[in-house]
Design a protein around this ligand. Sequence first.
Ligand code: DGL
Length: 266
Amino acid sequence: LRIGVFDSGIGGLTVLRALHRRWPGHSTIYLGDTARVPYGTKSPETVARYAMQAARLLMDEGVELLVVACNTASATALDALTALPLPVVGVIEPGALAAAAAAPTPDAHIAVIGTHATVQSGAYQRALARLLPAARVTALACPLFVALADEGWEATPVAREVARTYFAEWIKDGGERPSVLVLGCTHYPVLKEAIAAALGPDVRLIDSAETTAEALAPHLDGLPADTSPTHRLLVTDGAPGFLATAERILGRAGLSFDVVDLPATH
Ligand code: DGL
């Protein structure tokens, strides 16, 4: 099968990497909208329009299954995208399912971190309320994490300090640490260590990249693998700054991206 993976930028390569590991026999086309990243600060209407344009381009490329790797686009545009004539898998539901499964008790404190748009959409909060109604769910926007990951600063004292500052309410004396934390943004798995260092060892971190790769099972289980799977990488802007980060996230050097223009939908 040819799987399309879409993100606002290159953070979604965390999801692509998990897909390659879990489903090595299938072809992939990754599209990062580097010309218009970030989505996390934009309105739901704009994100939905961008996501639709990206989906149409990937469909023109022959994609048969679409993975919305971007949490912001999944949180705000999945309903619009599911009207398209191909299966669409977002990252919210798989992440929420994994968080509910990891909760030590039905009334556990589950925290979700993501962009402003993801937190404001309430998508994770709704999914968790449905799956685990007694859970106490808090959601927190951590936009600086995206910049830290893009800059390659994920393993620095600055990253740990930013994490401690964001999580101050939870980690102060008398504060209530979550027992499960959903990394609800493509870039956050890159900062796992700094986040874990700030919260301590008892917090279970949910990486929606891995859980999303697993969520493709109903679509891919039992399908024959491609005889020679191909992998293409597309971006909407080719300014060289992103390449080193992309190679670090995907864990491979010598990547080459084709630059494409997205079709207008209206
Ligand atoms: N890809 C976005 C997400 O997962 C993060 C970057 C952005 O704001 O576009 O929410």
